[in-house]
Design a protein around this ligand. Structure first.
Ligand code: DGP
Length: 119
C-alpha cells in the first residue's frame, strides 16, 4: 500500500470516509478532528491525517507538512473549545505505549488539570 492510500479495514479511514459516524469538530483538506468515543477529559478530540499512515513517525516521514497541519488543527480546536492555551497533545506510538488504532492520531486533551508524568 502506498503511504497515501486508504485502508478499507482501518477504523479511522472509515471515519474519514464518512462510513462510520463521528462527531466532527473541525477539518481541513488533509486532516479531520472528531471527538473521542471514550473521552478521558472534558475535551478529548482526535486529529487524524486523511491519508492512512500507521503512526506519527511515519506521517513525519511521508509528509512533514501534514504532520504540522494535524498539530495546527489541534490548536484551532483547542481555541474553539476555549482551552485558553492549556491543553495536552499526545501521539501514542506502538501497542506498548497504548496505541490501539494504527492510523496516526493526535489526542487533544483539555478542560481539567493534567498530571506529569502521564501514566
Ligand atoms: P490510541 O489508544 O492512542 O490508539 O487511541 C485510540 C482512541 O480512539 C481511543 O482513545 C478511543 C478512540 N476510538 C476508538 N474507536 C473509536 C470510534 O469508533 N470512534 C471514535 N470517535 N473514537 C474511537
Amino acid at each position: 500500500m502506498s503511504a497515501a492510500a486508504t485502508d478499507p479495514d482501518c477504523l479511522f479511514c472509515r471515519i474519514v470516509a464518512g462510513e462510520i459516524p463521528a462527531e466532527v469538530v473541525a477539518e481541513t483538506d488533509t486532516s479531520l478532528a472528531f471527538r473521542d468515543v471514550s473521552p478521558q477529559a472534558p475535551t478529548h478530540v482526535l486529529v487524524v491525517p486523511r491519508r492512512h499512515v500507521a503512526d506519527a513517525g511515519e506521517l513525519a516521514d511521508v509528509s512533514p507538512t501534514e504532520l504540522a497541519e494535524v498539530t495546527l488543527l489541534a490548536r484551532t480546536v483547542a481555541q474553539q473549545e476555549g482551552l485558553d492555551g492549556d491543553y495536552r497533545l499526545v501521539f501514542n506510538t506502538g501497542p506498548g505505549a497504548g496505541q490501539s488504532v494504527f492510523h496516526a492520531h493526535l489526542h487533544l486533551l483539555g478542560g481539567r488539570a493534567m498530571k506529569w508524568p502521564p501514566g
